[in-house]
Design a protein around this ligand. Structure first.
Ligand SMILES: C[S@@+](CC[C@H](N)C(=O)[O-])C[C@H]1O[C@@H](n2cnc3c(N)ncnc32)[C@H](O)[C@@H]1O
Ligand code: SF4
Length: 451
């Protein structure tokens, strides 16, 4: 059977599956469970622990049509500055509920567009963050950057506070594609921002790219990749464009007829993969490419690579505290999602100090499935011995799941010495196979294409 037929047989071109940045996926979080558990879970963080912090800035001056992120448009900084007051209140409340000494393993600013903040407001926010938390050894500070909205002075402020990783949105450099997705951005302005970051000593640069966009073909994608390689990023994220207009209303502006088919999406992704591997990048997980010197490559070698809401990471902390509207926190006990709209978020912070709303309490079974899905999406493997060490009471279940997966996907997996391995050339099936482990997936759940 040809590779395409095999991929078709296993549903790659028809399946709709979650991205599994959490298990269960956020659409299974339940109203009020976050609110009820948040204070106790914060109080249970052990003294001296290292936690990671995420701050969500849900504002953009431009609203790109393709974007599925939680954000709102604004033409002035007034609502942003009001929002930052709530964010600072939430930060103080979170800090007061944690034990006396807690260090920061990672600090990430995401959105939306964090670089929309004025240098003064960013300085205020970061001053409070660094006053509230000391940094753990190996601390990293990363920020999502829209190159069209990143003033040099703002980049300087971030660098002064120690930003050592920047994640830059590119998507595609082809003008026709950019026009069709409502996001204009020249190579030159991207290059200016990259240079400023490097001049300021920001060591690690990540670029986000998308395949599956309208009017994209191998020739346009090849040209974009050439320009991207010119910028020499340390990491690249190559995401499949998630076309979900029922969730992200702006996407109705995207011309459906110009979108590639799922087979074409697959061909674009393998084309890009080949170009990047040919240029010396190491493919990691389902959508990352890194230079062999990058810390994520090292983490992959030592089994420390993990998957969280920001994608792939080498963050060792088992608690990630998300602050801001719609931000999600992960505690060993479960998930908490803050109120989603900025108005509901501000009301909760004003009333209660904390903003948790939806949430999920993890059962031992959920923890096992989450661990299996994470290993599959990070390494393309399921290691029986490791899983049994982590979930001692479920040895029989682990062996059965691994055997059943091998039986269900015999042509694309190998089972040897208790390790199930998805063949590298079929890595695109990772999310489909993860879906087979998922106990919460329902046919009506409207996820994005598996490829
Ligand atoms: C939260 S956005 C922030 C990016 C930043 N504001 C910018 O414009 O550069 C981070 C990344 O999510 C990805 N993203 C957004 N919408 C997406 C979609 N519909 N499908 C796949 N990835 C998407 C994009 O690659 C984007 O760079
Ligand atoms: S891609 Fe970035 S700038 Fe565009 S809408 Fe999404 S978050 Fe905002």
């Amino acid at each position: 059977m040809t590779k395409h037929l095999l991929l078709e047989k296993y549903g790659l071109f028809s399946a709709k599956v979650p991205r599994y940045t959490s298990y269960p996926p956020a659409n299974h979080f339940q109203a009020d469970l976050g609110h009820r558990n948040q204070a106790n879970w914060l109080a249970a963080v052990p003294e001296g622990a290292a936690v990671s912090l995420y701050f969500h800035i849900p504002f953009c001056r431009r609203l790109c049509w393709f974007c599925a992120c939680r954000t709102q448009g604004t033409s002035t900084l007034r609502p942003v500055d009001v929002y930052i007051e709530s964010l600072l209140s939430e930060l103080r409340e979170v800090r007061s509920r944690l034990p006396g000494r807690v260090d920061m393993a990672r600090l990430h600013l995401g959105g939306g567009t964090p670089t929309l903040l004025s240098p003064e407001t960013m300085t205020r926010l970061l001053t409070e963050v660094f006053e509230a938390f000391s940094t753990a050894p190996g601390f990293e500070f990363s920020v999502e950057i829209d190159p069209t909205e990143a003033a040099p002075e703002l980049i300087d402020v971030l660098a002064e506070f120690g930003m050592n990783r920047a994640s830059i949105g590119v998507q595609d450099f082809e003008q026709k594609v950019q026009e069709a997705i409502g996001r204009l951005q020249t190579f030159q302005e991207t290059q200016r921002v990259v240079r400023r970051l490097r001049d300021d000593g920001v060591k690690s640069l990540n670029l986000d790219l998308l395949y599956g966009l309208p009017y994209q073909n191998k020739s346009t994608l090849g040209a974009t990749l050439e320009q991207v390689l010119d910028l020499a990023p340390d990491r690249l994220a190559l995401y499949g464009y998630a076309h979900v207009p029922w969730m992200s209303k702006r996407q109705i502006m995207i011309p459906d007829a110009a979108l590639p088919s799922t087979e074409e999406r697959y061909d674009l992704s393998t084309f890009a993969r080949d170009v990047l591997v040919g240029a010396g990048y190491r493919p990691l997980g389902i959508d990352h490419f890194v230079l062999p010197t990058d810390s994520l490559s090292l983490a992959a070698d030592t089994g420390q690579m993990r998957r969280n809401f920001q994608g792939y990471t080498d963050d060792p902390a088992d608690t990630l505290i998300g602050m801001g509207a719609s931000a999600i926190s992960r505690y060993p006990q479960g998930y908490v999602q803050n109120a989603v709209s900025t108005s509901a978020y501000a009301e909760r912070v004003a009333a209660d100090g904390l903003a948790g709303h939806k949430g999920y309490v993890l059962s031992p079974k959920d923890e096992l499935i989450g661990d299996m899905i994470e290993e599959l999406l990070c390494d393309g493997t399921l290691t029986e011995a490791r899983l049994i060490t982590n979930h001692r009471d479920m040895a029989a279940e682990i062996s059965n799941s691994i055997a059943s997966l091998h039986a269900a996907y015999p042509d694309v997996t190998v089972l040897e010495d208790g390790v199930l391995r998805l063949s590298a050339e079929y890595i695109a099936l990772s999310r489909v196979i993860a879906g087979a482990l998922d106990q919460t997936i329902t046919p009506e759940a409207a996820h994005s294409a598996a490829v």
